[in-house]
Design a protein around this ligand. Structure first.
Ligand SMILES: C[S@@+](CC[C@H](N)C(=O)[O-])C[C@H]1O[C@@H](n2cnc3c(N)ncnc32)[C@H](O)[C@@H]1O
Length: 303
């Protein structure tokens, strides 16, 4: 699975191959970080990558969470150390969970597994957390183990979404890494049982269409405004996050909400996250009231 197969071409004949090449490089434990970075640059930004590696996923986008530098920064974030209570969205997301007692819960992009454990602790009968990152799953197995939770290394794009299987699908801050969001929505619709709930938190379109996902600053480095550009051009955005170049996918509000409605979902709740009163005391948090960063949606399969 981790084999580097061969220097087999440029990938130009199929743009997706360049992307696949990145995710495979990230997965290869023997590659040093600087090598990974150099290869990233060549492939993602100049398109001149000269190698094709065996890839684990046919469809997934590159995932920075297995990059050592990125992962170690992510591990320092409050949400990684403090779990749900330290996550800026939790005060709004928590009340949106449907009753969990006896349910089967699927977590898409589960990361450290905080939401899986929350579901287990609140009576879920069975939980499956899937994620593309080995490093994130290693933390999930360490910090959020439970006999009813299963963690599985799998891209959202590759999961089989068995029909009428889950009562609840939850996804926190993973869907803005998905290029074909409409396809994931359709798959979630299929895999939910009738009456099931899809609850997710995705980076807000105002945030994902932010230029480099950063403020424009004045001379004394105070954020002046949040620049939005190319809003109606969905797709790939290269951003800087935790000191690394990270590829995210911008989806417009229409695509997100109409995508759900088009599958047959009923929109039950749509909320934009604002910091809690407590969080507002933390440095820099007042600026989070100047533009939305996260969009919460609860959608039901009311059939
Ligand atoms: C910001 S973290 C959120 C983790 C977790 N849901 C939470 O809220 O703590 C995003 C997660 O999405 C995962 N991810 C990104 N792209 C993915 C994909 N295509 N398939 C599965 N997981 C993916 C990353 O590996 C990472 O664990």
């Amino acid at each position: 699975m981790h084999n580097i197969s061969a220097a087999a071409g440029t990938g130009r004949e199929n743009p997706r191959k360049r992307i696949l090449f990145l995710s495979a490089v990230q997965l290869h434990p023997a590659l040093k970080n600087d090598t990974i970075k150099r290869l990233h640059k060549r492939s993602a930004f100049t398109g001149r990558a000269g190698y094709i590696f065996k890839e684990r996923s046919e469809n997934a986008m590159p995932n920075e969470y297995d990059n050592d530098v990125f992962f170690s920064q992510y591990a320092r974030m409050n949400r990684s150390k403090g779990g749900l209570a330290a996550a800026g969205e939790w005060h709004q997301l928590k009340p949106l969970f449907p009753p969990l007692e006896g349910t089967a819960v699927l977590d898409l992009g589960c990361g450290y597994g905080w939401h899986c454990k929350y579901a287990a602790d609140h009576g879920a009968a069975r939980v499956l957390g899937i994620d593309l990152s080995e490093k994130m799953l290693a933390q999930a197995r360490l910090k959020n183990q439970d006999e009813i939770i299963q963690y599985r290394l799998c891209a959202l794009e590759d999961y089989e979404y068995p029909e009428n299987t889950w009562d609840i699908a939850v996804s926190n801050l993973a869907l803005h890494y998905i290029e074909d969001l409409a396809q994931v929505f359709q798959n979630v619709w299929r895999t939910l049982k009738p009456g099931g709930t899809f609850l997710f938190n995705i980076e807000h379109p105002v945030f994902t269409s932010g230029v480099h996902q950063d403020w424009i600053y004045d001379e004394d480095k105070t954020p002046k405004y949040w620049p939005v550009d190319d809003y109606f051009r969905p797709g790939r955005r290269v951003t800087r996050f935790l000191g690394c170049e990270v590829v995210k996918q911008h989806h417009t509000l229409t695509q997100i909400l109409m995508g759900l409605l088009g599958c047959g979902f009923v929109l039950e709740v749509v909320e934009e996250v604002q910091p809690s009163g407590e969080m507002l005391q933390l440095p820099g948090m007042q600026d989070e009231l100047r533009r939305p960063m996260m969009l919460l949606v609860r959608a039901g399969k009311h059939v």
